[in-house]
Design a protein around this ligand. Structure first.
Ligand code: SF4
Length: 276
């Protein structure tokens, strides 16, 4: 199946493909916004997503220089206020000083573009670069799960491949890059994931292979996942005849947190303007 020539791959779309090829097809090729609930109770889940968006905005403004006292006045909600307090008291330490909040990088790969929007990139020119991702997960994921995420693989890979513009024009070495997940609910337990040239090569082969595989599929060739647990938290479950009711958010593991990413998904129209 030929993808549209301007189709852009992101960590969300490739993660969807890996988790369930049918979900990728429905969401990105058919463009279906199926209206089912993702999780119950609906209001509580929606509130959690909104709080996550607000937390990202607060940190973004803080990184841009808005005083913390001023921002603290905007955190009336108890959950948001706690996350914000955790960030102020136990936020990431020892970061390089040059900060690029919400940077977007993009590169050609496999005949398409691969794009990513980063929460924050901190640069010590010529020495090291730290990718920061803020997470409002209810449960702290394990290191191995994080390391295997498409977000981890794509963000580090893309920074090495397309990040020279953040490093005064010098190409970045893989070994200069680290990715840190900072968890608003677990501020004392961030996860740092270093990078190296072997992993960079492996990521390039893997990502190029995934894109080629998707390109080679016919429309009916996007199978439903065999892992039916994923369907419990998927908006397309009634369309796929994989159940009607949403599962409870309290019972969810990482699979529910994943879709939180969609709320911070790329505004792809912006990418062309700030593409590196
Ligand atoms: S309901 Fe299940 S099979 Fe259908 S798109 Fe979602 S995860 Fe895939």
């Amino acid at each position: 199946m030929a993808l549209p020539a301007d189709f852009q791959f992101s960590q969300s779309s490739l993660q969807d493909y890996v988790d369930c090829p049918r979900r990728f097809y429905l969401r990105y090729l058919r463009g279906l916004a199926w209206p089912a609930l993702q999780a119950e109770p609906a209001l509580e889940h929606e509130r959690h997503l909104q709080q996550g968006v607000q937390f990202h905005r607060l940190v973004h403004q803080h990184v841009l220089g808005v005083p913390s006292e001023e921002l603290s006045r905007a955190t009336a909600d108890a959950n948001l206020s706690r996350w914000w307090g955790n960030y102020l008291e136990h936020g990431p330490a020892d970061l390089p000083e040059v900060l690029y909040p919400e940077a977007v990088l993009s590169t050609p790969l496999g005949g398409h573009r691969l794009v990513a929007k980063y929460d924050l990139i901190a640069v010590d020119v010529g020495r090291r670069v730290v990718i920061l991702e803020w997470k409002t997960y209810r449960k702290r994921p394990g290191r191995r799960w994080l390391a295997e995420r498409l977000q981890t693989r794509i963000y580090r890979y893309l920074l090495v491949r397309a990040g020279a513009c953040l490093n005064e024009g010098q190409p970045l070495e893989s070994e200069q890059v680290e990715m840190v997940y900072w968890f608003a609910n677990f501020p004392d337990h961030p996860e740092g994931l270093a990078y190296d040239a072997a992993q960079y090569q492996a990521d390039e082969v893997y990502l190029t292979g995934l894109i080629a595989e998707i390109e080679g599929l016919e429309e009916e060739g996007f199978p439903l996942t065999g892992d039916t647990e994923r369907c419990q938290y998927c908006r397309y479950r009634s369309l796929c005849r994989r159940g009607i009711r949403a599962a409870n958010m309290e019972d969810a593991g990482e699979e529910l947190e994943l879709d939180d990413e969609l709320d911070f998904s790329l505004d792809l129209e912006q990418v062309a303007e700030i593409e590196f």
